[in-house]
Design a protein around this ligand. Sequence first.
Ligand code: SF4
Length: 319
Amino acid sequence: MAVIKETEKIVNPLQESALNKKGLCDYVINIASGCLHGCTFCYVPSTPAIRTRQTQLSEKGVSNPQMDWGKYLLVRENVPELLEKKLSRKKTWLITPSGQGVVMLCSGTDPYQNKETASITRSSVEILSKYKKRVRILTRGLLWTDDLDILIRSNVTLGMSLPYLDDELSRKIEPQAPPPSRRYEALLKGYKAGCRLYVAMAPTPPTMTLHDFKRHLEKIIAINPEVIFWEPINARGSNGKRMVAAGLDFASTVMTKKSWAECFKRQWDDIETAAQEVGCKDRLHIWPDPELRGYVEDTRLEQWLYKPTVEKWDSLAKT
Ligand code: SF4
């Protein structure tokens, strides 16, 4: 399928989010359907955000939204205008202990994947800042370094997904995203400019070892992230099939619940040991999966579910 780039209209740009479970936010703004980075492990095409839109996507020429993930992008150009209207009228603001009232861009696409999305993201961040909202950006893109003038603010934290620093491996796993070495350079630029930063060391492939985690964390702490999120690859949906189709043999080793849970436990122990040895365990934030119940002790799991991060935020305007 040729790459499809279109636009679409939405009604509500600001959605309450369940990602407070991971300490990320209470609201999300998704500025597009689809994502041109096309990460093979991406779970988004398996979620209702895409599954419930098969008809609309088919009208745009996308016949198989799951297997064609990475080949379509429907940009929501009206997000900034709708967001301004919504915030000007909004009387209440959800603030949970673990979500902290934060608005995240984005959970289902990359906010800085190209110039069109970068422009919508920039306008949205400016509006959110005008209304004194806390903002969390999560991206694999590099274009945010052009927006440092609006991102270096105490209400904004910028995070990049950086599970490893192996560019060759990245070409197979996240084929259309900028290579990790370039992402790291962008983070260094943000660090030198004084940006609040975090890293999502996620998702890590099952081939990574304690030694790999240590080497990676040593590089990461050089950009002084406030928090380092971690989770391993979960290959149990249609993403597992995409990984296998992309020639990623390791995916077949974690496609059953038992093998995935065992890998999760091993890497969880390894990342905690590595963080302890590197001296950043206080900043490590595990993203647990409730499906691990029965494989790890309940107390170990519950310790991380809905846990606030160690990030510090300024006080928040309620409206
Ligand atoms: S950048 Fe994020 S949303 Fe886009 S394909 Fe990769 S994991 Fe999915």
